[in-house]
Design a protein around this ligand. Structure first.
Ligand SMILES: *Cc1c(COP(=O)(O)O)cnc(C)c1O
Length: 367
């Protein structure tokens, strides 16, 4: 056991990422071409063509530092969300935004509130600054916003809310978020993490950036990793009022978003055809998945994201066991035992043939 560094850093459990395809091929002696990866909520269509072209063009200038202020990307985002440029912070993925918020607003010993079964990075970001985590029990695998508001104590500086939530896929309607924002004390920052916002059906979607106008303590966080298909490039952004944005910009690395990522994100933002194709595929794939779960009599949590959580057994070894049985068949999904959900697996929605391969492998795995 290392004795270097502060105790709160040594206490951090490392993030468990989805297994890369090459690693599974090596470990199980499989051909990479036959492996299906539905483990990291990536876009099954990959990078948009428009982004690929923009990156190739931007590659000519890679000898220079990126634009530290991300002018073109911020301009495009400002136009899209109808906010001034100085309301936007760019991140090296939205993971960066979540951490920047913790660094900017939480000191050692101060508290951060988040929900049980919410995104693993909230715990990491909290521990990284020596913060005290207040983890509020979930209701029906989703956020209990009333209990979260009640859990805010005198030392609380930050609250993370994921909507839709990962890994459970639960969704909080706009009216409940707004009621929550009204209850949170004005000095407590709320990070509303909307990594899957673009997958919401029109009747569920709402323009949360408009709330930023009303609530000076609100940070809305979005990403290009999921619906926009740019996970490998690492681009996310935050919308918040200038006082909050100014502090986040002091904490972030000056060149946290690289030139290729900036160019690709501008192109993707304007590629509505790509988003529509992804949303359609996702809705169809979700129906394909839950039809199979219903046929197999498996419990699942209704999802509003591009993934679904399914219970594959009643004992605490079930998730790990079925996961290995799937890996042997070349299907990579995400076990969620580290989230306290050892009976469950999280499956990203893929292309129809990928979903079908997973369903077939699942049937064999369950014997
Ligand atoms: C995937 C995800 C993110 C972060 O993704 P980045 O690639 O870092 O932008 C943030 N929040 C949630 C809930 C996620 O699932």
């Amino acid at each position: 056991m290392s004795t270097f560094g502060p105790e709160y850093v040594r206490a951090i459990a490392p993030y468990q990422a989805g297994k890369p395809i090459a690693e599974v091929a090596r470990e199980y002696g499989l051909d990479e071409a036959n492996i299906v990866k539905l483990a990291s909520n990536e876009n099954p269509f990959g990078i948009p063509e428009s982004s690929r072209a923009a990156m190739l063009e931007a590659a000519a200038d890679l000898g220079r530092y990126p634009d530290a202020n991300g002018f073109e990307l911020k301009t495009a985002l400002a136009k899209r969300y109808d906010v001034p440029l100085d309301w936007i912070t760019l991140g090296n993925g939205s993971n960066d935004i979540l951490e920047i918020a913790a660094h900017a607003f939480v000191q050692k010993g101060e508290a951060v509130v988040y929900s049980q079964y919410s995104f693993a990075v909230y715990a990491l970001a909290t521990q990284g600054v020596g913060g005290r985590a207040i983890v509020v029990p979930a209701v029906d695998y989703g956020h209990d916003l009333d209990a979260m508001a009640a859990a805010i104590d005198a030392d609380t500086r930050l609250v993370y809310v994921a909507n839709p939530n990962n890994p459970t896929g639960t969704f909080i309607p706009a009216a409940q978020i707004e009621a929550f924002l009204q209850k949170v004390p004005a000095h407590v920052i709320v990070v509303l993490d909307e990594a899957y916002n673009e997958y919401l059906a029109p009747e569920h979607g709402f323009e949360s950036s408009a709330w930023v106008r009303t609530y000076p303590n609100l940070i809305v966080s979005r990403t290009f990793s999921k619906a926009y298909g740019l996970a490998g490039l690492r681009v996310g952004f935050a919308i918040a009022q200038p006082a909050v944005t100014d502090l986040m910009n002091r904490i972030r690395q000056p060149f946290n978003v690289n030139s290729l990522a900036q160019a690709a994100a501008v192109a993707a933002l304007n590629d509505t055809a790509f988003l529509e194709q992804g949303a359609r595929n996702n809705a169809d794939g979700y129906r394909q998945m839950i039809a199979a779960f219903e046929e197999l009599g498996l419990e699942y949590v209704p999802s509003f994201g591009n993934f679904v959580l399914v219970r594959v057994g009643d004992d605490d070894g079930a998730g790990a066991r079925v996961n290995v049985a799937l890996l042997k068949q070349g299907v990579i999904v995400r076990p969620v035992g580290n989230y306290g959900l050892p009976q469950w697996l999280r499956i990203s929605i893929g292309l129809p043939q990928e979903n079908a391969a997973f369903i077939e492998a699942l049937k064999k795995a369950l014997g």
